[in-house]
Design a protein around this ligand. Structure first.
Ligand code: NAP
Ligand code: ZN
Ligand code: ZN
Length: 359
């Protein structure tokens, strides 16, 4: 076994603390990597705090982290795609059944038997808990490892592995592009990448935010316009003005005012709210104007590589605030308040420095 060090949550209401654990020795198709950077996704906060119980149980101890960039330190005998020294990424999934129609279509996130998640999941063979990227070392099957373009800043790449693909995939699927009026709801980790991708795809992009303080940044990130949604009149004034809404609000909420912003055949994509939408969507807000309310999770491995290559070609990266792992609890508090600009990324050197000092 390999000894690993990271930070773990031990209960929903307790801070994360240093945690030593073991990972498997790399098997023939495994890649072992030294973790360089790991982004902090709002899903980490939800799962640490048990927000998705009982639908998605929180398994403790939990080492979160699924926006991982690492450097390969060892490869199994049958690994074909990677070699020692390569810069690689791991996102939200580390395995899937590989045989169901979804897996065969490169949509492992919709695997019929459930994809194996990078943390807060269980390995398919052993049933052992999976531990994520708030740690120094990772061992992952090469089919779930992606290549990082060499022209990008690695700390600003890490959040592409979740926030990037979660926005890229549905914006592609629902055809954000020239002539399409796209509204991005919420300017956090997902929202800021939503603006960048929708803009790169040629769409007309508006940010819908609850924070007047973020208006200036939205334009810098590529939005053509911004609407501050604290004022209810904004919804009536802009009724029917959007073709596509990308909704990143992290909790159940009233989607009705947003649905009314959609034009005929407009689509609102939910990616944030897993829990009840209250009050529920009103039928009339869907029937009239033939609107759709849809959802999406992350993206498959093939599309994740496509997204990274697109980012390499267009020099697209995340706006990040780099922190040492020791500050993770303070970052969680700020994330809970929406005080994020626009993704926290952990520099894993901080852990190595601490270990070196202790030795
Ligand atoms: N579907 C997937 O595959 C997937 C993948 C990753 C994450 N997620 C989920 O997506 C959600 C967003 O993740 P994130 O990492 O982008 O979070 P984040 O960085 O915290 O950003 C969320 C933003 O939503 C806005 N917001 C927060 N609470 C709100 C409320 N009650 N009403 C209206 N707006 C609110 C805030 O933006 P403003 O200040 O601009 O209003 C906030 O910055 C989380 O629930 C996360 O678990 C889903
Ligand atoms: Zn995530
Ligand atoms: Zn499958």
């Amino acid at each position: 076994m390999i000894s690993a060090h990271g930070y773990a949550a031990h209960a929903a209401d307790k801070p994360l603390t240093p945690f030593a654990f073991e990972r498997r020795e790399p098997g023939p198709r495994d890649v072992q990597m030294s973790v360089l950077y790991c982004g902090i996704c709002h899903s980490d906060l939800h799962q640490v705090r048990g927000d998705w119980e009982p639908m998605i149980p929180s398994l403790y101890p939990m080492v979160p982290g699924h926006e991982i960039v690492g450097r390969v330190t060892k490869v199994g005998a049958r690994v074909a795609k990677f070699k020692i020294g390569d810069t690689v990424g791991v996102g939200c999934m580390v395995n899937s059944c590989r045989t169901c129609p979804a897996c065969r279509n490169g949509l492992e996130q919709y695997c019929e038997s459930g994809a194996t998640m990078t943390y807060n999941g269980r390995e398919r063979d052993s049933g052992d808990p999976t531990f994520g990227g708030y740690s120094d070392v990772l061992v992952t099957n090469e089919d779930f490892v992606v290549r990082i373009p060499d022209n990008l800043d690695l700390k600003a790449v890490a959040p592409l592995l979740c926030a990037g693909i979660t926005t890229y995939s549905p914006l592609r699927h629902w055809k954000a592009g020239p002539g399409v009026r796209v509204g991005i709801i919420g300017l956090g980790g997902l929202g800021h990448m939503g603006i960048k991708f929708a803009r790169a795809f040629g769409a007309e992009v508006t940010l819908l935010t609850t924070s007047p303080s973020k208006v200036h940044d939205a334009e810098r990130l590529g939005a053509h316009a911004t609407l501050v949604t604290r004022d209810a009149a904004v919804f009536t004034k802009n009724a029917g003005k959007f073709d596509l809404l990308f909704n990143t609000i992290p909790t159940g909420h009233d989607v009705n005012p947003y649905l009314q912003l959609l034009a005929q055949d407009g689509v609102m994509i939910l990616v944030g709210a897993l829990t009840a939408l209250t009050p529920p969507p009103l039928g009339a807000n869907l029937l009239f104007n033939r609107r759709s309310l849809v959802g999406s999770i992350i993206g498959g491995i093939r599309e994740t590589q496509e997204m990274l290559d697109f980012c390499g070609a267009h020099t697209i990266m995340c706006d990040v605030e780099v922190i040492p792992l020791q500050n993770v609890n303070a970052a969680f508090e700020r994330l809970a308040k929406g005080d994020v600009h626009y993704r926290f990324v952990i520099d894993m050197e901080s852990l190595r420095r601490e270990s070196a000092r202790a030795a």
